[in-house]
Design a protein around this ligand. Sequence first.
Ligand code: NDP
Length: 237
Amino acid sequence: MTSFDGKSVLVLGGSRGIGAAIVRRFATDGAKVVFTYLSSPDDAEALAAETGSRAVRADSGDRDSLIALIVSLGPLDVLVVNSGILGAGDPLDMPPDVIDRLFRINIHAPYHAAVAAARTMPDGGRIIFIGSANADRMPMTGLAAYSASKAALKGMAKGLARDFGARDITVNVVQPGPTDTDMNPADGPLKDVMHDFMAIKRHATGAEIAGLVAYLAGPEAGIITGAAYNIDGGFAA
Ligand code: NDP
């Protein structure tokens, strides 16, 4: 456990899955946590009540609202951009608007959120993107846009790490492999296919992903920046 007593943490996309596990972890470790949600108000309110955090409805696909929210929250010690959508399908059939929205949520939002947060973030702050092991290995069809969006985060983190390094602000990517959530249930139809690609043949838990996020947000990780870490049971090994 790392102490985040009094630290101000924003988690984009915290109502369910990995994001909810990250909210729980920071709240348990003493942080003042705000998280966003879009379509799951009941889950969001229940999590806020459980953890003493604050839920705010904000679409990561809406750039101006997202930036306005971050400005309104004041200085953040930690920003975690977890909100992301999958959008699987034959690229020949997928409507361009669906792909553009995926890119807005998975690529544009992390960039604009990170820059908005960095304007007032204190020295030593932390920016963490939730990417995917699919940035490094894409062994299935129908996920080109998704894997492209997650690969973009690696370049983004490297560049922003340079931009904010003089202030000791670190920028890193956590890249989960199959993780048990609504997006990718551990008992879903593709579980055996995914486990075939893994050295440790099980889905991760959200809490395992949250543990790496907490490490990167904590004081021991002050020299880690511009990096991407797979936490994937060897999916990308
Ligand atoms: P889920 O679909 O289970 O949960 C997604 C979360 O993001 C929800 O809280 C959802 O909120 C929120 N969200 C989605 N779109 C928006 C939006 N436009 N604005 C605000 N919030 C939004 O996903 P996971 O927990 O599985 O995934 C979390 C992250 O981890 C994603 O970036 C995903 O790509 C990544 N990842 C997941 C893996 C997995 O196997 N599960 C593997 C690798 C990476 P709401 O329901 O309120 O809309």
